[in-house]
Design a binder for this molecule. Structure first.
Ligand SMILES: [Cu+2]
Length: 138
């Protein structure tokens, strides 16, 4: 696939606009509804995840130019990274095993600012009362 028209993306976890980017907790699962576009992810700062949670990163590439895939990886993932074609949504499962601040980043060269395309997620100890929170660029 070279690219998918964003309006034709029927993926149930698609995030078709940056303003819809969000993080939701469902028990011990945390769902991150994330967008990627040159040269940032939304959200790019997340906290309130706890050791013992499973984080499901649903990343939608908002680009509509066929030659701008984005990648996604998070430090400590033991499975893989994502390659997300323009207009596509893909999910990465991540089970952090220790408290800390972990970077996530684009793994596919996408523009001159590719190396800026990153963010951070804080993982709190199991049982922590830290509220789920996220932001973009601040
Ligand atoms: Cu990128």
């Amino acid at each position: 696939m070279r690219f998918l028209k964003i309006e034709e993306n029927t993926h149930p976890q698609a995030t078709k606009s940056e303003k819809d980017a969000r993080v939701e907790r469902k028990g011990r699962e945390v769902h991150v509804y994330m967008t990627s576009a040159r040269s940032h992810f939304a959200p790019d700062n997340i906290e309130g995840v706890r050791v013992g949670d499973t984080v499901l990163w649903h990343v939608t590439n908002l680009e509509q130019d066929w030659d701008v895939p984005h990648g996604f990886a998070v430090l400590g993932a033991h499975n893989s990274e994502l390659l997300i074609m323009p207009g596509e949504t893909r999910t990465l499962r991540w089970e952090p095993t220790a408290a800390g601040v972990y970077p996530f980043y684009c793994t596919d060269f996408c523009s001159a600012l590719h190396q800026e395309m990153q963010g951070y997620i804080r993982v709190s100890p199991a049982g922590s009362a830290t509220e789920l929170g996220w932001s973009l660029g601040n």
